[in-house]
Design a protein around this ligand. Structure first.
Ligand code: BGC
Length: 420
């Protein structure tokens, strides 16, 4: 490898998710919670705005993938909306499956590899009525049915699988820190739900590998550089210690098949052992633990400082790559990295700094085999709505016009030259 040059087979990509981009998904929990929030007076709402039609990617995917091709994208990560495939408990919508098949084929025709994610935060509304994530067995039974259906129908056209996006995020964001609906703050419930996600992952891995033994399966996992705000404050340090342990136990579980404190007492989880073929790493920033709150480097509430420069910490990506490789010795794909900004100079600075850290890891002999920008298009940013723009492609939400941004053109050059 010549100086600063990425290997020829390194995969450059983008990522997006179904609910955030497709538009008009009316059958899942996030939509349900949006409607509940809208009933409240504006100042009490914890979700900025509803998703609505978003960037109408459901109908415009062909043109969007054309732009991805123009940028030079080699692998694209997208997700399936469970509630489209199963609008009712035991009823498959074959048209939806057919539509997803066409999406995958559109990528393949453009010679873009497909990474398919089977679950990106949302669950069908009918499952919420059965107790949602609190009813772990119902979630796992129905998830297995859904996975089997999708894998049988779409499996032949998938290059890389993610059983789910970030098994750690709904448990923490929705049940520990009250950021995502249903806005709970209960560490015990959070752990219970995290265990459900881990079981869902293990089941899905088994189903996919049972049908396609040679395919590559993982889940994407969010890693945040968690740091004590005051290194001398015992509470800040304790929070960081537990935060790290919470995440570390997932990867230990992949190694041993068992979950240890704080996720369990060494209990065995069926099919968990060895259930990753590569590591899917999502990394955005670092946060500081300040007592029981999370902040940016200046002590501002991390959520208010939404991914601004006070959270910028590219070295964290290198550190996470190193840590995870040390535990599992598996190839790594950065499955999400990006920043919400309208300032293209900052987006380019952000992406360049993080890609440099990937290069640093490769130079040390760690097999990082791909890197994906979050996101291909501007899209719906969960509780922050449309205020935040992550895309390499700008979307004018009024006209649905797409324009490749400066960062998109910059990324295009990186892909062509394989250099930063
Ligand atoms: C999630 C995305 C989200 C992004 C930016 C990731 O952790 O997977 O859905 O848009 O963070 O907040």
């Amino acid at each position: 490898m010549s100086k600063n040059k990425f290997p020829d087979n390194f995969m450059w990509g983008t990522a997006i998710s179904a609910y955030q981009s497709e538009g008009n998904n009316f059958n899942n929990d996030w939509y349900y919670y949006e409607q509940e929030e809208l009933k409240k007076p504006e100042k009490y709402r914890k979700i900025l705005e509803p998703c609505g039609i978003s960037c109408d990617h459901w109908n415009r995917y062909e043109g969007d993938f054309e732009l991805a091709k123009e940028i030079g994208i080699q692998i694209h990560r997208l997700s399936i909306e469970w509630s489209r495939v199963f609008p009712q408990k035991d009823k498959v919508d074959n048209d939806a499956l057919e539509h997803y098949k066409n999406m995958l084929l559109a990528l393949k025709k453009k010679n873009i590899k497909v990474m398919l994610c089977l679950h990106h935060f949302t669950i069908p509304k009918w499952l919420v009525k059965m107790g949602g994530y609190m009813n772990g067995n119902a979630v796992i039974d129905n998830y297995s049915k859904y996975i089997t259906t999708v894998v049988d129908f779409l499996g032949a056209d998938v290059d890389y699988w993610l059983t789910m996006n970030e098994p750690n995020v709904i448990p923490t964001a929705a049940y520990m820190i009250g950021l995502f609906p249903p806005f709970k703050k209960n560490p015990m419930v959070s752990i219970k739900i995290f265990r459900t996600f881990i079981r869902m992952h293990a089941e899905a891995y088994g189903i996919i590998k049972g049908r396609f033994p040679n395919t590559q399966v993982s889940c994407s996992y969010l890693q945040t550089g968690l740091t004590p705000y005051n290194p001398y404050n015992p509470i800040d340090r304790l929070m960081v210690y537990h935060g790290k342990l919470f995440n570390q136990r997932f990867f230990d579980g992949i190694k041993t098949g068992r979950l240890y404190y704080p996720l369990g007492l060494g209990d065995k989880i069926d099919n968990l052992k060895g259930s990753l073929d590569f590591i899917g790493l999502n990394y955005f920033y670092r946060v500081f633990a300040k007592g029981f709150a999370f902040t940016d480097i200046d002590g501002n509430d991390f959520h208010g400082a939404y991914m601004g420069e006070g959270l910028f910490y590219p070295e964290g990506l290198y550190q996470k790559i190193k840590q995870l490789y040390r535990i599992l010795k598996l190839p790594i794909i950065v499955t999400e990295n990006g920043t919400p900004t309208n300032d293209e100079t900052f987006r380019i600075k952000y992406l360049e700094a993080h890609i440099k850290e990937v290069y640093h890891a490769i130079q040390e002999g760690i097999p990082v085999i791909g890197y994906m920008v979050w996101s291909l298009l501007d899209n719906f940013e969960w509780q922050q709505g449309y205020k935040e723009r992550f895309g390499l492609i700008h979307v004018d939400y009024k006209t649905q016009k797409r324009t490749i941004k400066k960062s998109g053109k910059w990324f295009s050059r990186v892909i062509k030259t394989k250099e930063i």
